[in-house]
Design a protein around this ligand. Structure first.
Ligand SMILES: *[C@@H]1O[C@H](CO)[C@@H](O)[C@H](O)[C@H]1NC(C)=O
Ligand SMILES: *[C@@H]1O[C@H](CO)[C@@H](O)[C@H](O)[C@H]1NC(C)=O
Ligand SMILES: *[C@@H]1O[C@H](CO)[C@@H](O)[C@H](O)[C@H]1NC(C)=O
Ligand SMILES: *[C@@H]1O[C@H](CO)[C@@H](O)[C@H](O)[C@H]1NC(C)=O
Ligand SMILES: *[C@@H]1O[C@H](CO)[C@@H](O)[C@H](O)[C@H]1NC(C)=O
Ligand SMILES: *[C@@H]1O[C@H](CO)[C@@H](O)[C@H](O)[C@H]1NC(C)=O
Length: 408
């Protein structure tokens, strides 16, 4: 087709030039697009906060982790990204000082995994900028998994404990870790130390599993319960060690189906069901089993407590296979209110709590209920019968459990 000369050669040459121009433009455009894509890729790689990676690490958001710099902003931003993307949140090695933070859901991913390698540290009391009742509050998150081996350090020794000893109330001190309104919470191999008040609060949650947790505070620290549970259905505590000078686990009103298995508890108060009754008729607890647990240097290893007047109901509480030592005479302490229906279905099975030293004599208290005693229980338990005052039946009453006890 390429013929030189002739009248048509001019036209032919023009179309040829046009063709090459088009070719050059096409190559150029491709080059520019390729370069732009490469640059975007490069920028994304060097600025990970713009990129949703599989795991969101607080360090890539500028968290310093030297224990001095305030890393609140970086941690908060990293959480927002993790929660709205893959749900994989990582606190790498380091000491991350953070102000009170709220980790709120719902998150996009069906499972949210927080991997704690380093330490999250609260500021000392005088440097708190928020007046919140919880330092780190996890709320409205489904299937939140927090795994160790890292730790949460509440810095309770930085003035919180002193102030609550002075004012004789710890009401104004914050909880370290709060879990509210959640389903399928899992805490695994994490450590919480020196909370200003109780270490962990679980409130309004369904189906929580807490495995191999470590909670530590000095024996003298005031009001530093390990795990407080309220308005919650289903908590399974498996293994772990809690020694805070206060209740290892306190099971409060509105809690059902709580199982503690294989915990090491102490020094402290032991495991408490109650104090119930402070909120009136709403305080109901049922299906609590504490099994294969060791109490070491506890004040009341096994405790059930309802305050005398309001209508409260505890049903189906079993303490079984428990060994330990008590630092006070009250090794087993069960105080129910005079309403005969306040505590039903209490079972004590194979319990051996000895005095911590020869200066103490241990005893059991069991008031206003009928406990079923199985196997060897030491100190021996003799319950006083509830006096059959007639109370209005303004709540459900599980008659079958009572019948079972009556015939036991
Ligand atoms: C604490 O205060 C800061 C600054 O006002 C705020 O960004 C943060 O959300 C607050 N934290 C909580 C838990 O309220
Ligand atoms: C827990 O389960 C109860 C009963 O199914 C339900 O009413 C409640 O909304 C659940 N809680 C959460 C946080 O979803
Ligand atoms: C339990 O947690 C500790 C860290 O507190 C860890 O060193 C240990 O490996 C964990 N054990 C298991 C069986 O996961
Ligand atoms: C207590 O446990 C029993 C047996 O597992 C179960 O049938 C019952 O529904 C539980 N009670 C509550 C209030 O969840
Ligand atoms: C309690 O002591 C008995 C007798 O020594 C032992 O068989 C049992 O395993 C111990 N239980 C726990 C939870 O340590
Ligand atoms: C409990 O059951 C017994 C025998 O079945 C019955 O006589 C009694 O009235 C019942 N009590 C209540 C409070 O339902």
């Amino acid at each position: 087709m390429c013929i030189n000369g002739g009248p048509n050669s001019y036209d032919f040459d023009l179309s040829k030039i046009f063709f090459y121009l088009l070719l050059i433009m096409a190559i150029g455009t491709t080059f520019v697009i390729t370069c732009t894509l490469m640059m975007i890729g490069f920028m994304a790689a060097t600025q990970p906060q713009n990129l949703v990676t599989s795991e969101t690490d607080v360090k890539t958001f500028g968290a310093v982790g030297d224990g001095i710099t305030d890393d609140s902003l970086a941690v908060n931003q990293a959480w927002d990204v993790a929660c709205s993307s893959t749900g994989q949140f990582k606190l790498s090695a380091g000491n991350f000082l953070v102000q009170p933070l709220s980790f709120s859901g719902p998150c996009k991913a069906p499972v949210v995994v927080v991997t704690v390698i380093g330490t999250l540290k609260a500021p000392p009391k005088n440097n708190w900028i928020n007046n919140t009742d919880t330092w780190l509050n996890f709320q409205h998150i489904n299937n939140l998994v927090i795994t160790g081996p890292g730790r949460f350090d509440g810095q309770g020794q930085s003035g919180w404990w002193d102030s609550c000893k002075e004012t004789k109330t710890c009401e104004n001190n914050p909880t370290a870790l709060g879990f509210n309104d959640c389903n399928g919470l899992k805490l695994k191999s994490v450590t919480s130390i020196n909370s200003p008040r109780n270490h962990i609060s679980i409130n309004a949650c369904n189906g929580s599993i807490i495995t191999n947790i470590t909670i530590i505070a000095p024996k003298e620290s005031p009001n530093t319960d390990g795990i407080d549970i309220a308005n919650t259905n289903g908590v399974h505590v498996i293994g772990g060690k809690i020694g805070t000078g206060d209740d290892c686990i306190a099971i409060n009103g509105g809690s059902f189906n709580i199982i503690v298995n294989g915990l090491f508890c102490g020094p402290g108060h032991g495991i408490s069901v109650g104090s119930l009754g402070r909120n009136g008729a709403t305080d109901i607890v049922s299906n609590v089993t504490v099994a294969s647990t060791i109490f070491s240097d506890t004040q009341n290893g096994v405790r059930i407590k309802t305050v005398p007047q309001p209508v409260v109901k505890i049903s189906g509480v079993t303490f079984m296979d428990i060994n330990g030592t008590s630092s006070t005479p009250e090794a087993i302490d069960i105080k129910c209110s005079r309403n005969p229906r306040s505590c039903v279905g209490i079972t004590l099975e194979r319990i051996n709590i000895q005095p911590i030293n020869s200066l103490i004599k241990v005893a059991s208290t069991c008031q206003n209920t009928q406990a079923r005693i199985l196997g060897l229980v030491f100190p021996p338990v003799v319950c006083t019968q509830p006096n059959f005052i007639v109370m209005p039946l303004d709540y459900d009453y599980d008659n079958s459990t009572a019948q079972e006890i009556a015939t036991a």
